[in-house]
Design a protein around this ligand. Structure first.
Ligand code: DAK
Length: 260
């Protein structure tokens, strides 16, 4: 059996998924999209997983886009399947009930940037380069890039990146709000580990409420979003973790959250 293009590592509530095709700069072919989709579904269902980290194998790339060689061979029917698969994966990641952190360790281009944008937080190495170069292939972004760039960075930045197709460096990506933090490449792993450990220790049901409120509420008119926030907020009063968090504060101790 061929090795999976996605490797899985678990450590203390943090599941790290690594796209592992370094010889293709981790480009997304159908097999990789399918493997990622299955791994994110498994991580969502596994209560021992508190946080997911997504990264790419090797020193050069997070994900350099959809696999151009495979795409070149697709007919219209297969392209439709490819599109549906990719969009389903991106939406699955965005709607994950636990935080997903992208560790951007190099090129994040085309479908690779779209994958990173579907994650909830993005930490970039200072040598990362990001862009939507589909225009250079006679294509437009097809895994949600136009929509997520627009929402994350605004219309001017979305149009600049998609119309020109020129990648930007990590510092510019941070200026645009495309990434949360930029760190020296050698420190990326430590930074992501620390962030993931912090999220893994937080109250899972409250994390989920925040993800739901921001991701789903952010797609509604504000009145509906606020109602949704209120419902999420009220629901947390039914959790043991909310009692534990508030009691621990009053008792001046560290809370122990149990996902209940
Ligand atoms: N696909 C396939 N192979 C790739 C690849 C990619 N996206 N990117 C790199 N590779 C391969 C290269 O061909 C090369 O293979 P060999 O020549 O060694 O066999 C190997 O990885 C190493 O790459 P380079 O030799 O090019 O490395 P360099 O350091 O010189 O350059 C680079 C790095 C990232 C600047 C360059 O590789 C590059 O420009 N790569 C392509 C980047 C790109 O254009 N990405 C966007 C792909 S388009 C859709 C939805 C979504 C999409 C499409 C349709 N539908 C709804 C239907 C998404 C489209 C895209 O993502």
């Amino acid at each position: 059996m061929a090795p999976s293009p996605v490797t899985v590592r678990d450590a203390e509530g943090v599941r790290t998924l690594t796209v592992d095709r370094p010889e293709r700069l981790n480009a997304l072919d159908r097999q990789t999209l399918e493997a990622l989709d299955a791994e994110f579904a498994a991580a969502a269902a596994d209560a021992s997983v508190r946080v997911v980290v997504l990264t790419g194998a090797g020193p050069k790339a997070f994900v350099a886009g959809a696999d151009i060689a495979e795409m070149n061979q697709l007919d219209a029917i297969a392209a439709r399947e490819f599109s549906l698969l990719g969009q389903r994966l991106m939406r699955r990641i965005e709607r994950m009930p636990k935080p997903v952190v992208a560790a951007i360790n190099g090129y994040a281009l085309g479908g690779g940037l779209e994958l990173a944008m579907a994650c909830h937080l993005r930490i970039a190495a200072d040598n990362a380069r990001m862009g939507q170069p589909e225009i250079n292939l006679g294509l437009a972004p097809g895994f949600g890039g136009t929509q997520r760039l627009l929402r994350l960075c605004g219309r001017a930045a979305a149009l600049e990146l998609c119309l020109l197709g020129t990648p930007i460096d990590a510092a510019r990506a941070q200026e645009l709000g495309l990434v949360n933090r930029v760190v020296p490449a050698a420190g990326l792993q430590a930074e992501v580990d620390a962030l993931a450990a912090r999220l893994a220790a937080a109250a899972p049901l409250a994390l989920r409420a925040i993800l739901d409120a921001v991701v789903v509420g952010g797609e509604c008119p504000i009145e509906e979003g606020l109602q949704f926030e209120t419902a999420q907020f009220a629901l947390l009063f039914a959790t043991e973790d909310m009692r534990e968090g508030t009691s621990a504060f009053l008792e001046k101790r560290t809370p122990q959250f149990r996902n209940r």
